[in-house]
Design a protein. Structure first.
Lengths: 274, 273
């Protein structure tokens, strides 16, 4: 992996790790992190050894959104971010960067405001028992949009509206987020989070990379369309993989009681750069 | 009305409740090509029978449904190719939704529901399950894509849980308890042997309601999964208004005032499109 200043990017077995690494700043995103995130997602997605990606944070926070203080001292970076926000051309999450490998967000502590991008845009979300979620945008006169819009598609809406409107004056607990289906696993004690994330990722890494990529495209694509149109598009993803070698290898390995030897992923098209 | 003879299904009526029972227990109710054809007929017959007000779908044996019959796919030299045309055209006929059944459909999950079995969870109006039911989606573990059934599910429940099942494949199972917490199902029946009795009781409650009003309601709510909020409300308002002046709207309040069961109009329930 290449060098990063604000992130830790590494591979453990088949699992690529993307860790926010500004613990003294609540892992808030400064200009460098914004640039490095784009590079890191693409690097992990392009690495054939990486089958699954885990996204977590170092220190007591998971992610607390834009580092507004530092960005205000860097007018050029702020302008660039504003331009991308305005045009819906953000490149900070896996979804923004068209990453079609499975992504697990492992929320290790507070997740605030723009940090919710990484919860909304992950496929699977787990959290340590001491994780909390809040969206302070409206408490400082900012609008909540992208993160909450995606979350509204994926979870019971009332909870997301309440978080958006109570701002910094309330926090959602990991337990409540689990009850609501925003996440699927609460890890107790908290310091087992990374081990649990690695174990979950290793299970997922046993599945066909090609089938998972088509599955991810079908399911995320379904959030764009009405039910019948989404099923139609999904059916096309399904049929596109018929005849793929993994579809012979999978059942064969099952019968022979061994791990399947999946085909490596062919390079996928990524959104054109703006 | 009598039903056709089916080899892979049991189709029968118990009072106002039509039963559709997956009946290949030795194959965990996996769907062969023949069973798939029979589903298309069974849904249409149950929908056409005026004595059937509500439909319950369940399975015989320890599984509810486990998707396509992989043994048949692997052994007859045709494989999934037999389904290519219908899948490319998205011209499917094995669930109530595919067959445009506008009577209420309850899926009663009696055991394992795996992979393609989710079609009948996604496409039912109401889902209940035995306490020992288990849900998992092994598609990606055998190199297959998860698509249509999960797309239906993720409109109806928290998406993260659907994605986790899709990517974990055969390495994890969702319990009936967690499915209940997530709102994927609305009732857990314990002990499991009581499932059919509970499903019949629930269906009989539903059968007390106006068939015409339930049909318009079902069309309005499923239609809402197709479009944005304002358009869905607009289409829903049209369904609502279409019932105004229907005899059931006089009979309903009258029966309530007279403390008797309503005599719903059944003549006008079969002819709407």
């Amino acid at each position: 992996m290449s060098r990063y200043e604000t992130l830790v990017v590494e591979r453990r077995g088949p699992v690529g790790w993307l860790e926010f690494n500004r613990p003294a700043k609540g892992n808030a995103m400064n200009a460098r992190m914004l640039a490095e995130l784009e590079r890191a997602w693409v690097e992990l997605d392009d690495d054939p050894e990486v089958r699954v990606i885990v996204n977590t944070g170092n220190g007591s926070a998971f992610q607390t959104g834009l580092d507004v203080v530092e960005l205000s001292r860097d007018p050029e970076a702020l302008r660039e971010q504003s331009r991308r926000t305005k045009r819906a051309e953000l490149r900070i999450s896996a979804w923004h960067n068209s990453v079609w490998k499975p992504v697990i967000a492992a929320v290790n502590g507070v997740c605030a405001g723009g940090g919710l991008h990484f919860v909304a845009d992950a496929d699977i979300v787990i959290a340590s028992s001491n994780a909390t979620f809040l969206d302070p945008h409206v408490s400082i006169g900012q609008v909540t949009a992208y993160e909450a819009i995606a979350l509204v598609r994926k979870s019971p809406m009332e909870a997301i509206m309440r978080m958006a409107l109570t701002g910094r004056h309330e926090r959602l607990s990991a337990t409540r987020a689990y009850e609501l289906g925003i996440l699927s696993q609460v890890v107790e004690p908290p310091d087992h989070l990374r081990a649990e994330a690695q174990a979950l990722a290793e299970n997922i890494a046993k599945n066909s990379p090609s089938a998972m990529r088509a599955t991810k495209r079908a399911l995320w694509g379904a959030l764009e369309l009405g039910l019948t149109d989404a099923c139609r598009a999904g059916a096309a993803e399904l049929v596109a993989l018929w005849g793929h070698p993994d579809q012979t290898e999978g059942p064969l390995a099952f019968v022979e009681r061994r791990e399947p030897d999946w085909e490596p992923l062919l390079p996928a098209a990524r959104k054109a750069d703006s | 009305m009598t039903f056709s003879h089916f080899d892979c299904l049991i189709v029968e009526r118990d009072g106002p409740v039509g039963w559709l029972i997956n009946n290949r227990p030795d194959r965990l109710n996996a769907m062969s090509a023949h069973m798939r054809d029979e589903f298309a007929i069974a849904w249409k017959e149950l929908d056409a029978d005026p004595d059937v007000r509500v439909i319950v779908h369940t399975g015989a044996g320890r599984a509810f449904q486990t998707g396509v019959d992989v043994t048949e796919i692997a052994s007859d030299g045709v494989g999934m190719e037999r389904y290519r045309e219908s899948m490319v055209d998205f011209d499917l006929h094995f669930t109530a939704w595919h067959q445009e059944v506008w009577k209420p459909v309850i899926t009663a999950v009696n055991g394992i529901c795996a992979g393609g079995g989710f079609h009948w969870v996604a496409d039912a109006d109401i889902v209940i399950a035995a306490s020992d039911a288990q849900f998992f989606d092994p598609h990606v573990s055998v190199g297959q894509v998860v698509s249509v059934e999960a797309i239906g599910l993720l409109r109806k429940m928290p998406v993260e849980a659907v994605m986790r099942m899709a990517f974990v494949g055969r390495y994890e199972r969702l319990s009936a308890q967690r499915a209940y917490e997530l709102g994927m199902i609305s009732q857990i029946v314990d002990p499991p042997e009581e499932l059919r009795a509970e499903a019949q009781a629930l269906a009989e409650k539903i059968a007390k309601n106006s068939p015409a009003a339930m049909r318009a309601t079902k069309r309005a709510l499923w239609g809402a999964l197709e479009v944005g909020l304002t358009d869905a409300c607009r289409a829903g308002a049209a369904e609502l208004v279409s019932m105004w002046g229907h005899p059931d709207q006089v009979e309903g309040p009258l029966a309530f005032a007279e403390r008797r069961e309503p005599m719903w109009d059944t003549k006008t329930t079969g002819d709407a499109t």
